[in-house]
Design a protein around this ligand. Structure first.
Ligand SMILES: Cc1cc2nc3c(=O)[nH]c(=O)nc-3n(C[C@H](O)[C@H](O)[C@H](O)COP(=O)(O)OP(=O)(O)OC[C@H]3O[C@@H](n4cnc5c(N)ncnc54)[C@H](O)[C@@H]3O)c2cc1C
Length: 380
C-alpha cells in the first residue's frame, strides 16, 4: 500500500496552489458579490488543463488521474470554493457524462470544446419537486420523427445561464420508472431552451445556479446521450465519480478555513499573548487538522480506486459524507477562532462559513449519502 503522493503530484499541487493564490485570491469577494461566474477564468483554467482534467488528450483533456483531479480541486477550493464548484460541476457532471457515455462523434463534437475551455457544461437532473428523489422527474421527451421534443423545468442547475450546453435527463417511457429516463445534450441557443430564474444564494455565489426551461425544445435523435432508458442509471454512475470531486472540494475548503484560522490565531493577541497559545484554541485547530487529514485519506482512497477502474459507490459516498461534514465543522470553528472578525467580510472565514453548507447538500445530501452507504453495508 502506498499512501504518499508522487513528486509530479506534489509539483501539480504546488502549481495549482500558486495559480489560485495569484489569480483567484485577489478577486474572491468581488466575484462573490457580483454573483456571476467569471467567464474570463475559462481561458486561464484551460491553460492549466483544468477544463478537462481527467479526459484523454485525444479529446482535448489533460489525461490526469482521479487522484490528480482531487489535488486540483482541493487547491482551488482552498482559496475560492465557489469558483471551484464550477470547475467540479463542469468536469465532473456535464463533461464527464459525455465522456463516459457519449458516442465517438458526440465526444468529438461536444467534449472537445468543453475540455479545451472554449465552452462550459451544465448538467440537469434536479427538479423543483424531484431533488433527492430525482427519478420522480416530470421533464419528458417525446419522439417525433428524427427528433426528440423536450418539455419541463430543471431546478438548481449550475451554469444554467452561463453554460454553453446542458446534459439533461428526461422521461422517455414513464411506465419503465427509472429505466425509462434518457439523457440528451442540448446546446444553448436551441429554440425552446432557456435559462429561468437565477438563484440568490447564501454561498457559492460565483458559481451561478438557475432554473432551465424546456418548451417544445426539439433536439435531433443523435443528441441522445447513451442508450435510451439508461439516462438515470448513467447519471448515478456520473454521481459516483462526481461525489469524489465534492469530497475533494470539501477537503480543500476545510483546509482553507483551517489555514486562515491558524494564521489568525498566531496574529491576534488577547491577554498579552497570541490566542493560538490558549489551550482551547489549540484543541480546535488540532481536532480540525486531524479530521481534515482523515477526510483527505478517504477521498484519495476513493479516487485511487476509481483510477484502478473499480466501483466506488460506497467509498465515494463515505468520502463525500465525511469530508463535507468535517468541512462544515472546520468553517464554523474558523469563524469562532476569528471572533467578531469572523463575522465580517474582511476576513475569509465568513465566506468559507457560507460556502461550506452546499457541500452537505449538492450531489446528494448527507442523508442520501447515508442511505447509499447503508444500502452497500447493511442487509435490507
Ligand atoms: C448551489 C447548488 C448547485 C446545484 N447544482 C446542481 C446541478 O448542477 N445539477 C443538478 O441536477 N442539481 C443541482 N443541485 C441540486 C442538488 O443536487 C439538490 O438540491 C439536492 O440533491 C437535494 O435536493 P432538494 O434540494 O430537492 O432537497 P430535498 O430532496 O427536498 O431534501 C430536503 C431534505 O430532506 C432530506 N431527505 C430527502 N429524502 C430523504 C430520505 N429518503 N431520507 C432521509 N432524508 C431525506 C434531505 O436530505 C434534505 O435534508 C444544486 C443545488 C445547489 C443548492
Amino acid at each position: 500500500m502506498q499512501l504518499g503522493l508522487t513528486e509530479e503530484q506534489e509539483l501539480l499541487r504546488r502549481s495549482i496552489r500558486e495559480f489560485a493564490e495569484a489569480e483567484l485570491r485577489p478577486h474572491v469577494m468581488e466575484w462573490d458579490e457580483a454573483q456571476e461566474y467569471p467567464r474570463e477564468l475559462l481561458a486561464k483554467f484551460a491553460a492549466l488543463g483544468l477544463m478537462g482534467i481527467q479526459f484523454p488528450e485525444a479529446y482535448g483533456g489533460s489525461g490526469m488521474s482521479a487522484v490528480d483531479y482531487c489535488l486540483c480541486i482541493e487547491e482551488l477550493a482552498r482559496v475560492d470554493p465557489s469558483v471551484c464548484l464550477s470547475v467540479a460541476a463542469h468536469n465532473g457532471l456535464g463533461a464527464a457524462h459525455i465522456f463516459l457515455f457519449g458516442s465517438e462523434a458526440q465526444k468529438q463534437r461536444f467534449l472537445v470544446p468543453l475540455a479545451t475551455g472554449r465552452q462550459l457544461a451544465a448538467w440537469g437532473l434536479t427538479e423543483a419537486s424531484a431533488g433527492s428523489d430525482a427519478a420522480a422527474m416530470r421533464t419528458a421527451a417525446v419522439r417525433d420523427g428524427d427528433d426528440w421534443v423536450i418539455n419541463g423545468t430543471k431546478q438548481f442547475i449550475t451554469h444554467g445561464h452561463s453554460g454553453d450546453l446542458i446534459v439533461v435527463m428526461a422521461v422517455t417511457n414513464r411506465a419503465k420508472g427509472n429505466r425509462g429516463i434518457s439523457a440528451f445534450i442540448v446546446e444553448h441557443g436551441t429554440p425552446g431552451f432557456r435559462a429561468g430564474k437565477k438563484e440568490n444564494k447564501l454561498g457559492m455565489r460565483a458559481s451561478e445556479t438557475s432554473e432551465v426551461i424546456f418548451e417544445n425544445c426539439r433536439v435531433p435523435a443523435d443528441q441522445m446521450l447513451g442508450a435510451e432508458g439508461q439516462g438515470f442509471i448513467n447519471a448515478l454512475q456520473v454521481l459516483d465519480a462526481g461525489r469524489i470531486g465534492i469530497a475533494a472540494l470539501s477537503v480543500g475548503l476545510a483546509q482553507g478555513a483551517y489555514d486562515a484560522a491558524r494564521d489568525y490565531a498566531f496574529m491576534r493577541k488577547q491577554f498579552g499573548q497570541a490566542i493560538g497559545t490558549f489551550q482551547s484554541i489549540r484543541a480546535k485547530l488540532v481536532d480540525n487538522a486531524v479530521r481534515i487529514e482523515g477526510a483527505r485519506l478517504l477521498t484519495y482512497r476513493a479516487a485511487a480506486m476509481k483510477d484502478e477502474g473499480r466501483r466506488t459507490t460506497l467509498e465515494a459516498a463515505m468520502a463525500k459524507l465525511y469530508s463535507s461534514e468535517i468541512a462544515v465543522r472546520a468553517a464554523e470553528d474558523g469563524v469562532q477562532i476569528h471572533g467578531g472578525y469572523g463575522f465580517v467580510k474582511d476576513y475569509p472565514a465568513e465566506k468559507f462559513f457560507r460556502d461550506v453548507k452546499l457541500t452537505t447538500i449538492g450531489e446528494g445530501t448527507s442523508e442520501i449519502q447515508r442511505l447509499v452507504i447503508a444500502r452497500q453495508l447493511l442487509a435490507s
